[in-house]
Design a protein around this ligand. Sequence first.
Ligand SMILES: Cc1cc2nc3c(=O)[nH]c(=O)nc-3n(C[C@H](O)[C@H](O)[C@H](O)COP(=O)(O)OP(=O)(O)OC[C@H]3O[C@@H](n4cnc5c(N)ncnc54)[C@H](O)[C@@H]3O)c2cc1C
Length: 494
Amino acid sequence: MLEDTTVDVVISGAGATGVTLAIELARRGVSFCLLDKLEVPFGGSRGKGIQPRTLEIFEDLGIVDRMMLAGGPYPPQREYRDDGSYAESAAEANEAPTPSEPYRSPLLVPQFLTESVMRERLAELGGRVEFGCELAGLKQDEDGVLARVATQRGERTIQARFLVGADGGRSFVRNALQIGFPGKTLAVRAVVADVFLTGLDRNAWHRFNEGSMERQLALCPLVGTEMFQIQAPVPLEGDVDLSATGLAAMIRARTGRNDIHIESVSWASAYNMNARLADRYRDGRVFLVGDAAHTHPPTGGQGLNTSVQDAYNLGWKLAAVIDGAPVALLDSYEEERRPVAASMLGLTTRLLDAMKRGDNRRGREVQQLDIGYPESSLAMECPERSSGLRAGERAPDAPIRLISGHSTRVFNLLKGTHWTLFGYDVSRDRVAPRAGLHIHTFGARGDVIDDGGHFRDAYAVGTGDWILVRPDGYIGAIVANEHVKSLETYFQPG
Ligand SMILES: Cc1cc2nc3c(=O)[nH]c(=O)nc-3n(C[C@H](O)[C@H](O)[C@H](O)COP(=O)(O)OP(=O)(O)OC[C@H]3O[C@@H](n4cnc5c(N)ncnc54)[C@H](O)[C@@H]3O)c2cc1C
């Protein structure tokens, strides 16, 4: 038996979800063990589409520029006709940034590069993944969780206040807690493979036989690497040859071309698509995040994004409760995130049905910018608003100027682990300073200036309005000056 460890949080699974959670805890000084049963990081491209809302989160986590360096924009879609000619169209709605939405186009980054950038950030913050550590058992009581971990050198135990299952679609944690995972198998099986090949140019996402589930084939250049990702539906039953020879035969059969040669296969898998949602996201001191809580078809590139945002929602709440906040704050995790996943299941299944008909168009809904929690118990309005930005919605960006003369953006003021309170044409001394809260005021004697009126427009504020932004960039409260004392009850419920 190896030495026992005691930490605040055990995170089982170090995919994109687990590492995001670890970053959130590390930057708040919470102790954790981040475990993965793999001996080395996973090397497949899988979730390669990073949506605009996730880019905003990456900006907050300090990794958006590195992510852009690792990846690149989506290439145009090149749809081939039977005679070999083709038509090209923009892959996604690549719209120009606006003052309130600085990222409007998705970024293409192979998942193993995304995870590598995340691990680098975690290392900067003093954290690391413990590879070769498999969660093999867990027991909880009122005070904590005992995790049993299998390693090549023997078993160890970790005592923690909380445990989070970020352990993917086949989640050990979900099964150990006997949390149901209802939904359906979508009767679609597909191949995904990362290959080195010659014969195709890297300036397009090559698509053959759109609309035919028997012959469809997509070859996407994996930006940041020399590889292409192959995606193709395959029959539900029977073996699939995932070797270079087998994949080359599939390409020949589906394209009629002899000039595309596979040199080697880096990673390949055949998987069945599912749409499933965990019955609960929490059991006492144990939580589910990411694919452990929901699995969707890959259409629309939502899975990794939704998963990262689960971790981003849970991270600050866990840290706050460990720091003494009321434990009821943790109830808001499932309350806020489970409905998001439920609607994502519907969206990705609809997109899968459209793809079967050869329709690969994507709308604003895949960008995840309109996700919010207006029904949340953490959303407060005094008085209730009937129009404009609502409590619970995403806090928009806006170009502003500091009184020192420097131009900046609202997102720069939000960046970090704190809460932020903006007052519009108010007297700053109406609110007492408190730990973990940054206060900024616009107007006479304010420290920020809304030169272009972008803040006023995006936040729909007028004289005397106060806007409280949560650490994860959603509006916690909007209160008028005469109700400003209600912010005290917001921070100290019960
Ligand atoms: C073909 C394909 C294309 C996709 N495209 C997109 C896309 O464009 N955009 C998008 O957003 N999503 C996409 N996805 C989905 C995305 O890959 C997943 O949503 C994402 O990987 C979920 O991350 P996760 O960290 O929750 O789980 P995983 O990535 O599955 O990571 C779970 C980790 O837990 C570890 N683990 C498991 N059990 C244990 C245990 N008992 N102890 C310790 N460790 C354990 C595993 O080794 C693994 O490293 C795609 C998926 C596929 C298959």
